[in-house]
Structure formats: structure tokens, C-alpha cells
Design a protein. Structure first.
Length: 333
């Protein structure tokens, strides 16, 4: 991308400019309840894509901090897929790098060992590297991060250098989430300040100072989790539709799924499981009971109001319309 810019005398190719213009909208359509975070994410990414970052540093770096299940990883997945042709971030879980020798695990121990980081990035020129739960990493691993942010490169045990200048680096952390959970009625600015203070107490200030944007993710209230539930139902309908099961979810079934999936401290994490499990179980039951061969499956609450029930409408479908619609939805996903 940056090389394209140089070849183009600093002008952004129009197609790429369009991609960047759509970035904010794309993030907003996928991530709920974190508008304050998305603006800042889009701003760093736009500057990064335009080649404004320091030439010997990563294109941009983030610390996403906040409680579990509120969209820290999902935001990383969404922007990486959007900017890098459906790619996923290269992810490292820092709970597996808590010991002194964890550095060797990452960059190799012997002259013929590139380590896990070296192997994962070998031959890859751009993308996102995600280090989850950074507070668990050993101090020597944190030193390595400092080097990545400061010099844009590290040296592997093999003597090769690993270049990070084409990458975004994302660190996530749950630091301060106990406080966030307790500060139910505090304004978000206060929550933000408290969390960032905890971050500065627990991580080295040089490291925190080197990160382009430190963003506190908010906890998700009921209304936001409900929106996420509806979004997940939409995605599940597309997925099941592609398998030939046209489904409709009645409003009372949506209510049921929101109630089942809502979780105050685990965020939207259980919601995806609830939507998938209940909808898939309902369809599976209906198909195994001799149900539908080309009909719309309606998922609604059963008579006893305790479980989801399934009924099959045997109206002929306007197949072509539905196919077209599904194709469009799949593309948008
Ligand atoms: N703000 C959000 N908007 C949309 N979906 C979300 C959001 N937060 C969480 N989710 C859903 O919950 C799942 C877990 O969220 P994730 O981003 O992995 O949590 P964490 O903040 O712990 O990294 C995601 O895969 C996504 O389906
Ligand atoms: Mg995560």
C-alpha cells in the first residue's frame, strides 16, 4: 500500500481512497456500542494507510482495554478483514508467554529456529499482529514489544530481521475491568480515566507512551447486547440460508434469545453461542422430524413459553429473489 503511494507520487489510488472512505461506516455497521473507539481506530488506520506513520515504525498501534466480550478482538478482526482482503489478525495469547524463556518461544532459541512470531510473519508483508492479554506477558516479552514499536523490527535467533513497518500492532488487556464493572453509574470519561491510570501503573510507561492509541472499551448495556443479538441472528440466517434453510425468527423468539444470551460481566460473548445453539437446534429438530423440503421455517416461542418452537410454512418461495438477496447479504458480511 505504502509502496503504491510512493509509485503514485504520494497520491492515493482512487479505489483505495474509496476503501478508506468506507472504513468508518464499515466499522460502525459491525461493532455496536463503541462509537467513541471506532472514530479513533478509523483515524489511526486512515493515517497508516496514507503512509503518514514514521517510516521505521509499525503503521499504527493500539491498546484496546476493557472488560471481556465487548468487541476488542472483534474490532481488530473487522478492520483487518476490511483492509487486508479478508485476512485475519496473526494472534498471540500472552497468557502463554509468562516466563522468561517465552521470548525464545517467540523469536527462536537456536540459529535455525525462527520462533513462533518469526514463523507466523515469515513471507507476510502486511496485516495485523494481535497480542492478547498483554498484562500477562513476561517483562522480557514486553521489552520485545517496546523494540517493535520503537524500531519497527526485531532480530530473530536466526539472525534474520523481522520487519513490522507494514503491520498494525494491537495489544488487548482486561486491566481495570473490575473497576469498570463497579462504576455502574459513573460517566464514561471517569471510567476511562480510571482504567488508563491502572494501565499506567501496571505496564511500563515507555511502552504505553509508544502506543499510537489507547482506547477504553465500554461495557455493553442491555440495549446494545440486544442489537448485537439481532445482528447475530441476521448472520445466522444468512449462514443457514446458504445451507438451504430459509428461516424467520419471530419477535418473541428474538426476546427469548436476547434474554438467554445477555450477560452483564461476560459482555456479548455468550450471545453468539446462544443464537447459534438455539437456532441450529430448532432447525435440526424440524428437519429430523420430517420437516421441510423447501419451505420457510418459522422459529417462535412454544406454547409453554419455555422453549423455542418451530413451524414450517409451506408457501412456495420466490427463490430467485431470495437467492439474490442472500448473495447480497453474504457479500456485505
Ligand atoms: N461491540 C460489539 N459489537 C458487535 N459484536 C460484539 C461486540 N462485542 C462483542 N461482540 C460479539 O461477541 C464476541 C466476543 O467479543 P470479542 O471482541 O472477542 O471480545 P473481547 O472484548 O473480549 O475481545 C464477538 O465475536 C462478537 O460476536
Ligand atoms: Mg479478545
Amino acid at each position: 500500500m505504502v509502496s503504491e503511494l510512493i509509485a503514485n507520487n504520494g497520491a492515493l489510488p482512487e479505489s483505495r481512497a474509496d476503501v478508506l472512505r468506507g472504513l468508518g461506516r464499515h466499522l460502525t455497521s459491525r461493532i455496536r456500542g463503541q462509537a467513541h473507539a471506532l472514530d479513533r481506530v478509523a483515524s489511526v488506520l486512515t493515517r497508516g494507510e496514507m503512509g503518514f506513520a514514521h517510516p521505521r515504525r509499525p503503521r499504527g498501534s493500539f491498546l484496546f482495554v476493557g472488560p471481556t466480550g465487548v468487541g476488542k478482538t472483534e474490532t481488530t478482526n473487522v478492520f483487518t478483514g476490511y483492509l487486508f482482503a479478508d485476512a485475519s489478525p496473526i494472534r498471540f495469547d500472552m497468557s502463554e508467554y509468562q516466563l522468561q524463556k517465552s521470548v525464545d518461544k517467540l523469536i527462536g532459541e537456536t540459529a535455525n529456529d525462527r520462533g513462533l512470531l518469526g514463523r507466523a510473519l515469515h513471507g507476510v508483508r502486511c496485516g495485523t499482529v494481535l497480542f492478547d492479554e498483554i498484562e500477562k506477558a513476561h517483562t522480557l516479552v514486553l521489552d520485545l514489544f517496546l523494540q517493535i514499536l520503537e524500531d519497527g523490527r526485531i532480530t530473530l535467533a536466526t539472525g534474520e530481521t523481522l520487519d513490522f513497518t507494514g503491520f498494525y500492532v494491537v495489544f488487548t488487556s482486561n486491566i481495570g475491568s473490575a473497576e469498570v464493572m463497579r462504576m455502574v453509574s459513573a460517566p464514561f470519561a471517569t471510567v476511562e480515566r480510571t482504567v488508563l491510570m491502572r494501565v499506567c501503573q501496571l505496564l511500563r510507561p515507555e511502552l504505553v507512551g509508544r502506543i499510537t492509541e489507547k482506547i477504553v472499551f465500554a461495557r455493553l448495556d442491555y440495549a446494545t447486547q440486544r442489537e448485537i443479538c439481532e445482528q447475530l441472528i441476521g448472520a445466522e440466517r444468512v449462514r443457514l440460508g446458504a445451507l438451504g434453510h430459509e428461516i424467520e425468527v419471530a419477535p418473541d423468539a428474538v426476546e427469548f434469545l436476547v434474554r438467554e444470551g445477555f450477560h452483564r460481566s461476560l459482555g456479548a460473548r455468550p450471545m453468539r453461542g446462544a443464537v447459534e445453539r438455539y437456532l441450529q437446534d430448532a432447525i435440526a429438530r424440524s428437519v429430523l422430524d420430517g420437516g421441510p423440503n423447501g419451505g420457510r421455517i418459522v422459529v417462535a416461542m412454544g406454547q409453554d413459553r419455555l422453549a423455542l418452537d418451530v413451524s414450517v410454512t409451506r408457501q412456495p418461495l420466490f427463490e430467485q429473489h431470495l437467492d439474490l438477496d442472500l448473495e447480497r447479504l453474504c457479500k456485505r458480511r
